[in-house]
Design a protein around this ligand. Structure first.
Ligand SMILES: Nc1ncnc2c1ncn2[C@@H]1O[C@H](COP(=O)(O)OP(=O)(O)O)[C@@H](O)[C@H]1O
Ligand SMILES: N[C@@H](CC(=O)OP(=O)(O)O)C(=O)O
Length: 422
């Protein structure tokens, strides 16, 4: 048993969906659980629908949704020959659910509506692709992952009920492989015990695939990307970035934690726990070797550069010259925890504490307001956090030559710099 994950970029055009079918055809004798994300940037577009709806702009929400609807109907029309009517019926069922909701007025919290609307992207993409594969005589079974993945109701960042979900995987998913070699389902989404849709956090499809891989005891998980594999920097920012053919789980979890966009940070744990190798391969050329990520030690890694933009520095200065000791720091971490905010970099001095976080304005405002009881609080925005693992002499200085350095931290294998534009 293998698990494949195709992200939004791999299915963002007719040609790319056809390419997914070609890749799958070359694995036709294998049993594969296939996790697919929403097409292209559909999730971003659905976020806009949710925002308009919640702000009471019903007409705008419906208009934005109609554009998404038409794009998907057009994609189905262009791809399908025999299954056009079936696809239209399936898609219309999914659209109708959202349109009903959009005609209501919001009475619950934003995050709840966000999940009910945004989950549609993956339902639409998988419905179209599954029917297209049938059209191409590639037998497959489509499942609604919301019948399998049970979560709590922490909307937009739901937590998996591991035991219940594993039971569903064994009882409902495993037997499907007796019928067809391919089972197709959605990444990123789940449902509560009350059948309300949930999402697992942006870019969470890698995580969905890793949970399936763990529960199905897969031999490997493959993530199909538009890059050769994991590189030592984002090739969109560093055209000279080089492929790293072998990495271990620890290295990748560190890269993801520091902000590398290539793999979702939660993906590694379920794989590491069962020692399942993760392959990152290029959907543009399936025969390229890609990157293999496993448990064993890997030596001689090149410097790995990770860039996290849109950072905010919270600068907290003691109002009366009291030390910022364990009590004050403990309180500050409680404030961060209450807002589910992770500090990306911190530094403590006698009467001050600085903390760099992702720019989430509402949450930062709440933290700053609560901390202002104890501290003078200042915010600095539009910052970038650079991390270099396995750094060599001079590499950081070269990277930040045209930037203003605010904070630098260095350990034996990692150097980090928080910078602003000059
Ligand atoms: N270290 C890295 N190695 C490879 N790709 C990276 C790295 N860091 C960032 N990326 C970016 O990740 C992109 C692929 O991820 P993404 O667009 O999210 O794919 P998908 O939506 O298909 O999951 C690449 O196009 C590349 O620009
Ligand atoms: N569609 C979701 C989930 C996801 O993982 O997408 P992708 O595989 O395209 O990053 C998102 O955009 O967040």
């Amino acid at each position: 048993m293998k698990v494949f994950k195709f992200g939004g970029a791999s299915v963002n055009s007719i040609e790319r969906i056809q390419n997914v079918a070609n890749i799958l055809q070359s694995f036709s004798s294998e049993k594969i659980l296939i996790v697919i994300s929403a097409i292209g940037k559909t999730t971003n577009a659905l976020e806009k629908v949710a925002e308009a709806f919640f702000e009471g702009e019903k007409e705008k929400a419906l208009e934005l949704f109609t554009a998404i609807k038409n794009e998907h109907l057009e994609t189905a029309k262009q791809l399908l020959q025999q299954n056009v009517q079936r696809a239209n019926d399936r898609l219309l069922d999914i659209f109708t659910e959202v349109e009903w909701l959009l005609h209501d007025r919001p009475v619950r919290e934003f995050d709840y509506y966000y999940d009910q609307i945004v989950c549609t992207g993956e339902l639409l993409s998988t419905a179209i692709i599954s029917l297209y594969l049938n059209d191409q005589q590639i037998a497959n079974t489509w499942i609604d992952v919301r019948d399998i993945f049970r979560t709590d109701n922490n909307f937009r960042d739901a937590n998996i009920d591991w035991a219940f979900t594993e039971e569903q995987v064994n009882e409902q998913v495993l037997p499907l492989f007796d019928e067809t070699n391919f089972v197709i389902t959605q990444g990123f989404i789940g449902a509560t015990a009350d059948n309300e849709s949930t999402t697992l956090g942006r870019e969470g499809s890698d995580y969905t695939a890793a949970i399936f891989a763990n529960m199905l005891d897969a031999e490997t998980q493959t993530i199909w990307k538009d890059v050769e594999g994991v590189m030592n920097a984002d090739p969109k920012l560093f055209p000279a970035a080089q492929l790293i053919s072998e990495l271990n789980y620890k290295e990748v979890i560190e890269m993801a934690y520091y902000g590398a966009q290539v793999i979702h940070p939660k993906t590694i744990k379920p794989l590491q726990n069962k020692d399942i190798p993760l392959l990152v391969k290029c959907f543009l050329n399936k025969d390229l070797p890609g990157t293999i990520i496993h448990n064993s030690k890997v030596n001689n890694l090149p410097p790995i550069i990770v860039i996290k933009t849109n950072q905010v520095l919270l600068q907290l200065n003691s109002k009366d010259y009291s030390f910022v000791g364990e009590h004050a720091v403990g309180k500050l971490y409680q404030l961060l925890e209450a807002q589910n905010m992770r500090p990306n970099l911190t530094q403590n001095a006698a009467i001050s504490f600085v903390c760099c976080v992702d720019n989430k304005p509402e949450k930062i405002e709440k933290i700053a307001a609560a901390a202002s009881d104890m501290f003078d609080v200042q915010l600095q925005k539009d910052l970038t956090l650079l991390t270099v693992r396995h750094y060599n002499n001079g590499i950081l200085e070269e990277l930040i030559a045209d930037k203003k350095l605010l904070i630098k931290q260095q350990t034996i294998d990692t150097v980090q710099a928080l910078v602003s534009a000059m």
